[in-house]
Design a protein. Sequence first.
Length: 407
Amino acid sequence: MTGSFPLEPAPIHVPDDVLDDLRRRLALTRWPDDVGNDDGYYGVKRSYLQGLVEYWRDGYDWRKAEAAINAYEHYRVDVEGVPVHFMRRPGAGPDPTPLILTHGWPWTFWHWAKVVDPLADPGAHGGDPAEAFDVIVPSFPGFGFSGPLPDHPDMNYWKVADLWHALMTRTLGYERYAAAGCDVGAMVAGQLGHKYADELYGIHIGSGQMLTLFNGDRGWDITGGRPLPEGVPADVRARAIEMERRFAVHLVAHMLEPSTLAYGLSDSPAGMLAWILQRWTRWSDDGGDIETVFGRDDLLTHAMIFWVTNSIGTSVRTYANNNRYPWTPSHDRWPVVEAPTGITFVAYENPPGVTTEQRVEHFARSERGAWYNHVNLTAHDHGGHFIPWEIPEEWVADLRRTFRGRR
């Protein structure tokens, strides 16, 4: 792409009446009994959530957050009939490489906020200006300001990849581009690297799942219906069970009855916050204190992006659609993802029985490893599921290394 950017900016603005309605709902929260949950065994502790809700009602300043968000360019565009919002940070360098970043759930586009500036302007952050990216950060369709999505109830991750390719090549006019993602955003990037490899410089992801992850009649079961075998060492067994407890609840609910769940989450801001707060708490490497990773204002800014757009329902349905409309390959070549692939691994998500020192080799030799044309695998001994938020400097360094010499 040459010349000026082809779209007119559309800054984020939430109407006052939406904020007023939120305060009324927060004030009218009806709290359940939570006796015996001081250790969090039963889920989110009322003692913490209630304090956070009170701060949301009386202390949190959305307009301040909105101003920080609007320090970047924002656009709204129709891509093949789908409304898409994206944030942009223009690259500051001699020849910035287009880069699209895709988030997952319960992420928002703002989870990329800590890495956008270093990626776009490396010269201002101790890097080489020749490694600048023109950074495009969309809201996943059906999430935040790309939602809700009433006219496209079948949206899933591999359909999003087609939309992103159309956005980058046809709407924005880039001939080639780079892609990165985490959570289900890593699967979007993987699908781009599978279907459109010749038009990508490469991809960089957090985790390396097979694109068939959600396929099958037990897609909601992270064990695939296979019990742990007899004789598994106690520490490995404990780790496997802990990982299942960490992820199983939302997978089952989102895949099997997302609409049932959505009624409560869309009506009660406290209920919505509780549901996504538990994921942020359990999935981040926070040592038992979520505010060491996400401050209260950070938590509420991400929650606000779901709430003010009434998009929580379409966001959770994505999981069911990943299973209902299974992934099918676009070619039968190997590796399945032909685009050069970099992956950032974090210790908090090490598989049972695998240390950080073993992680790269374990992946490379695994069935999942065979799916990718991996050129840059890195494992870090800290950091959790929200990699670009939790360890932004490491993520940026890993991503730069993946694309070094490939553009």
